[in-house]
Design a protein. Sequence first.
Length: 378
Amino acid sequence: MTDGTMAAMTRRTTLGGLGGLAAGLLLPGRATAARVRRMVAGTYTAEGGEGLYRLAHDAGTGRWTLAPAIRTIADASFAVRDRRGRWYAVAESDDGMVAAYGPGWQRLGDAPSGGGGPCHLAIDRAGRCLAVANYGGGSVGFLSLDRREGVAGRPTVFRHEGSGPDGDRQAGPHAHWVGFSPDQRWLHAVDLGADAIFAYPFDPRARVLALPQPAWRAPAGAGPRHLARHPRLPVAYVVCELSNQLITLDAGMDGRFATRSTVSTLPPGFSGASQAAHIAVDRAGQRLYVSNRGHDSIAVFVIEPTGEPRLAQHIGSGGHWPRIFVLVEDARQMLVGNERSGTITVLGIERDGTLSGSGSGSGSQQLTVPGVAFLGLD
């Protein structure tokens, strides 16, 4: 979200994201050396971004190259890819739109998101439904997808209610994340302004949502931002932007969550201004990563067999305001999008899951991408 959009909607700092790592940490690199890896980076035009950038990875050198931006795709601060290779991207603006793209990023169609400042998307397992978190509108938009045309029709809109003690950021609801549960019975929505997670009953066959019910209440003023699930255990992790906390939740079959534990995303003794942002769990469920904007770091947590996270490392993000990162497990790399410095930094993932190479050494790489807001594997 650009500074102008922030002012129009109530202050916030945004993110996006995709990721995964894990078992690949223990696999020899040769096993996937022939695979061609590609990535896309969405940017804000008000921060100098020229559109949607494309990146390609050289498996031999481990380096990434940057192609010219697709200028017609502006302000794509988040996007998701379905199993058929079709992308759905938000246009984060006051009127809020979602567009579908086919091969070669050919635009297939678009639809309203159902509110201002759409910032996160989720597709159900069948690839027939799309949910949108509208930050500015404090709402969730729900759309049916057409296999040929992409986004079809207008969304069904559900508006959240609630507020928090931070008058600047929590005067009203601000939906920030959406995701379908593994059993496809629920759509969960994390709301920063309401200090809450809402659970929507989901019927995948009828492709409908029912009215939401409260699923979890955050500590007052925490500002929950995004959620990540453990790949095997009934455990979820929510990162709180305003309190800089990682909260571990036990997930129930009824769609509700219960707080298990809380840890800081920042190192002991740090007293500067910072806002937690992106979160990802590796595919093995052994490591968890969180980015800190302001402290400009990535926090690495070991996940114990019980699902409990234990802090293992803080490492510099290689730039200012790490809004988003992606884990590329077979290449043993993390790419970090530093929004305010307009850079993408490549970090190495060690065999124990810790990170390396954020400095100027031979193990690091940095690409210039002004206003980078989103990264996703293509």
